[in-house]
Ligand binder design. Sequence first.
Ligand code: NAP
Ligand code: ZN
Length: 360
Amino acid sequence: MAQTTPNHTQSVVGWAAHDPSGKITPYIFKRRENGVNDVTIKILYCGICHTDIHHVKNDWGITMYPVVPGHEITGIITKVGSNVKNFKVGDRAAVGCLAAACMECEFCKDSQENYCDKIQFTYNGIFWDGSITYGGYSEMLVADYRFVVHVPENIAMDAAAPLLCAGITVFCPMKDNNLIDSPAKKRIGIVGLGGLGHVAVKFGKAFGHHVTVISTSPSKEKEAKELLGADEFILSTNAMQMQAGKRTLDFILDTVSAKHSLGPILELLEVNGTLSVVGAPEAPFELPSFPLIFGKRSVKGSMTGGMRETQEMMNVCGKYNITCNIEVIKPDQINEALDRLARNDVRYRFVIDIAGGARE
Ligand code: NAP
Ligand code: ZN
C-alpha cells in the first residue's frame, strides 16, 4: 500500500508495531521534505491514547502495518515553508489527529475538517502524495501548517500533549451542547475516568458545572473528587448507586473504550437529556429502546475536533491553566505503558518523552 515518493528523503527514528501483537519496536522510516505549506517539528512529547492500542492491535480491522502511532504531539518548529505565515522557527507547536483534508467541502470551509469525507489522520492515513502517515512516536514530524496549532506559553509541553486528542475530543461535544462559557450551571456526567474522561472533568469544573463521574473503578473515587474536583462519583457496578442516580443529569459524555450497554447510562439522564459518545469500542454498544423512548433521550457521537476549535481549546486551557495528569515514560517503556493502559492502570495519561528531556 505504501508508495515511495521521491521527496521522502528524510530518515526519522520512530517506534512502530508490525503486526496485531501490538509490540512496539524501534523503526527507521522516511518523511517528506518540508514543502511550501509544511512546518517541520522536533517532537518533544507524545501522549499515548487508547486509540493507539486499538490501532496497534488492529481492533478496528483498518491498520496498515507497520504503524507508527501517536496523535498527541508537542514540539518545536524547526523549519517553515514559504507559504507559512503563522509559525516561525522556535515556536511551541502541537499536532493532533488530523493530517489532511480536502480543504474545499462545506466542512473544511467551516474548519470542521474532522468531518471532511476525505479526512486523513496523523497516522495510519494516506497523505495527499499517496504515502502512509506516521505519527508522533517518532523524533520529527513534517506537517501541513493548517493542521498545526500553537501551545500557550503558560502550559507545560509534556502535560499539554494529551490535549491534542483527549482534550479536543471532549471539548467539542461539550461546546456542541452549550457547556462552554454558558451561564447556566448544568449537571453533567462523565463515564470512564481515563485519558479523555479526566480532562472532561477538568473542563466541566472550569466551566462551572456540577460534575458526576460514572466509573467502574472504586479506587478512582477519592482522586476524582479531591484531585480533579468532581462533585459526585457513581460506581457503575453498584446497582443501588445507579438507581439513586436515575434522572439526575442533563448531559453525559461516554468515554469508555470497551463494549458496554448504554441503557443504564441513559437512565441517569433527565427527560430530553443527551448522551454524547466519544469512546470507540470495537464491538457495537447495546442500546435498549426503553431508556431511550421513556425519557425522550438522544444519543449522538463526536469525532475529535476541527482545527479552529483545536486552537480555541488550547487557548481555553491556557486561560484556565488546564493540562493533563500524566506519567512521563521513555521510549523503551512504550510496550509496558500500552499494557498498563489496556489494564486501566494509569493516572491518567502516559506521555512519551521523545527528546529525552530536551528543553523547550
Ligand atoms: P482510557 O484512558 O483507557 O480510558 C477509558 C476508560 O474507560 C477507563 O479509564 C475506564 O474508566 C473505562 N473502562 C475501561 N474498560 C471498561 C469496561 N470494560 N467497562 C466500562 N468502563 C471501562 O482511554 P482514552 O484514551 O480515554 O480513550 C477512550 C476511548 O475513546 C477509546 O475507545 C478511544 O479509541 C476513544 N477515542 C475516541 C475519540 C473520538 O474522536 N471520538 C478520540 C480519542 C479517543 P473507569 O476506570 O473510570 O471505569
Ligand atoms: Zn487519541
